[in-house]
Each structure stands twice: as C-alpha cells, then as structure tokens.
Write a protein that binds this ligand. Structure first.
Ligand SMILES: Nc1ncnc2c1ncn2[C@@H]1O[C@H](COP(=O)(O)OP(=O)(O)O)[C@@H](O)[C@H]1O
Ligand SMILES: [Mg+2]
Length: 243
C-alpha cells in the first residue's frame, strides 16, 4: 500500500528525515515510536504533502508515485491524516466539512458515525474552534471514518485525551484498522504512539523506531514498546540486535 524509498526532508537547510525507507503492505497497521524531535510528525506530514519542506526520494501509494502531488490530490487518492494539533477553521462548520467529505453517504450511516464519536453537538461549530483536546481528537477520528482513506495516518491519538475519550478514540481506530467489513480489511495504517494505550485497540503488525531522522529498528510492536519502556530510546542506540 505504502512504499517509501530513501525519503529525505529538510526545512531551512536542516535535514530532518535522513533517508527513510518504509513499506506498509495492504491491510497492515504499523506503529511509529521515537523521542520528541526525532521527526515522526514530519514523516506523516511529508506523506500527506503538508508543510514547507524540501523533499527528495519516493513515496508510492498503491503503486503510484504521490510525492509530487498536492495535499488534496493525495487525500482523493486515499491518504487520510489526523494531526496531533489541528488548525482551527472558523469559516467552515464540522457539519459542513462532513457533508463535503461524505457526499455519497446514506444519512443514516453518517448519523451513526457522528454519534459513535459523540460529535453531534459540535456540528454547527467551526472546525476545531475552541474544541477541547478530547473534542478535537473525536472530530479528527470522525473525519477519518467519513473519509474512509486507504492509508490512515494518526499522530499521537492519545495525547491530551482523558481515559474516557481514549476508549472512544480507540474504538474508532479499531473500526478503521481492525474492521469487520470485508471491503475495509485492505486498509493500512501508520500510527504514532507514546503511551502504548492504543496498542490495546489495534492489531499492530510491526513497529518502527525513529531516532534523529532515521529508522534504526523495526520489529514486533509490543516487544519494541516493552524494551523502550524498560531501557529508553538510548537502549535502542546500544542495542546490537538490528545492526
Ligand atoms: N517547518 C519546520 N521548520 C524547521 N524545523 C522544523 C519544521 N518542522 C519540524 N522541524 C524540526 O524537525 C524536528 C523534528 O520535528 P517533529 O517531526 O515534529 O518531531 P516529533 O514529531 O518526532 O516530535 C524538530 O527539531 C523540529 O523543530
Ligand atoms: Mg510529533
């Protein structure tokens, strides 16, 4: 589904990502781990085509090179991104946005999705305008459920969210990435997480550790998470298993 080869991303002459190669097969969910500032958010933004970065390398979605495309073209081809902190759009209501995204939706299906994320009372408000942490995350998850992307990118779904909302968001992620509908089983995901809570909801196939702009280790996500919880990311530097 996603095939990244030798991706470098720079901002203002500083190289942030230094030759990332990563493959996520159809139907697989991968987890991205790494300390603050290692380049995780930059990687998701580069896949979506956001930010004023200089990039080189290849990003293939479903066999098609997308690295030269604009954000909206990538979204139309099936890339969906939920950011950690999303911008507010006062001119556009959440309901208006959902209407555009789900044009061919049956109203009952749309209503069910809105209620599953408890977002009905937010429909007449500007997207993300004065939304609380939980409201913003629920609204982002709802947008992904309505967009139905082929490739789901989520930046720290559990950050700034209380336990009650984590359950709601976890269930939405499960619905996106561990679905019961045959048609949805082809979907792939790349999820950034720090706490590991979200691993309880996902059937993650693989984890990757990003450090200083390079993927230094890939493996079983739960094992990686446990090792990092015990030894920190410095443990990854000293670990000889991957080298
Ligand atoms: N647009 C930008 N201009 C300059 N530096 C940036 C820009 N975006 C990100 N960076 C820098 O790149 C590094 C990685 O950032 P980021 O991808 O947000 O890390 P992470 O998500 O892993 O915490 C940081 O040092 C950050 O300051
Ligand atoms: Mg980040």
């Amino acid at each position: 589904m996603l095939k990244i080869h030798n991706l470098t991303v720079s901002a203002r002459g500083e190289e942030i990502l230094k030759g990332i190669s990563l493959e996520i097969p159809r139907g697989e969910t991968h987890i991205l781990l790494g300390p603050n500032g290692s380049g995780k958010t930059t990687l998701l933004k580069a896949i979506m085509g956001m930010g004023s970065f200089q990039t080189s390398g290849s990003i293939m979605l479903d066999g098609e090179e997308i690295s030269g495309l604009t954000i909206d073209e990538r979204a139309r081809r099936g890339v969906g991104l939920a950011l950690q902190r999303s911008p507010a759009i006062p001119e556009l209501t959440l309901g208006g946005l959902l209407k555009i995204m789900g044009q061919d939706y049956d109203p009952a299906a749309m209503a069910e999705k809105i209620d599953s994320l408890n977002c009905r009372y937010l429909l007449n408000r500007g997207v993300n305008v004065n939304f609380s942490g939980g409201e913003m995350k629920r609204s982002e998850m709802l947008q992904l459920l309505v967009q139905e992307p082929k490739l789901v990118l989520v930046d720290e779904p559990e950050s700034g969210v209380d336990l009650e909302n984590i359950v709601v968001i976890g269930e939405a992620l499960k619905r996106l990435l561990k679905p019961s509908r045959e048609k949805d089983k082809e979907r792939s995901g790349l999820i950034i997480t720090h706490t590991g809570h979200i691993l309880d909801y996902l059937n993650a196939d693989k984890g990757h550790v990003l450090l200083h702009g390079r993927i230094i280790c890939s493996g079983n996500p739960r094992d990686l998470f446990e090792e990092i919880s015990r030894h920190g990311f410095e443990g990854c530097v000293n670990c000889q298993k991957c080298s």
